[in-house]
Design a binder for this molecule. Structure first.
Ligand code: CU
Length: 106
């Protein structure tokens, strides 16, 4: 009986210990001269990607798995909130040679 109670208490403590996750961050990916710049390391679920289009052309940041599709007129920026872990390949709808990979950790 006592042992079962201890187990229950230990399980209850797990979410509290897991609550020390770092605060969400915003990571910039700059598009310039028809290329996506590097995706910063250390991107995690809950973080946001700020796509910054420095070109004079319209671009998009479009996930191949359909999880995001951001329209980026010339000189504008847009945001993607990352809700799931994993690697997502992305490209520009208008310029399919523009590609990149976003790796999202837990
Ligand atoms: Cu483009």
């Amino acid at each position: 009986m006592r042992r079962a109670l201890l187990c229950t208490l230990a399980l209850a403590a797990v979410p509290l210990l897991g609550g020390a996750a770092p605060a969400p961050r915003v990571h910039q990916v700059v598009i310039d001269k028809m290329k996506f710049g590097p995706v910063p390391p250390g991107v995690r679920v809950g973080d946001t990607i700020l796509w910054i289009n420095k070109d004079l052309f319209r671009h998009t940041a479009t996930a191949r798995n359909g999880s995001f599709n951001v329209d980026l007129p010339a000189g504008k920026s847009g945001r993607t909130l990352l809700r799931r872990p994993g690697a997502v390949r992305f490209y520009c709808i208008y310029h399919p040679g523009m590609t990149g990979t976003l790796t999202v950790g837990r």
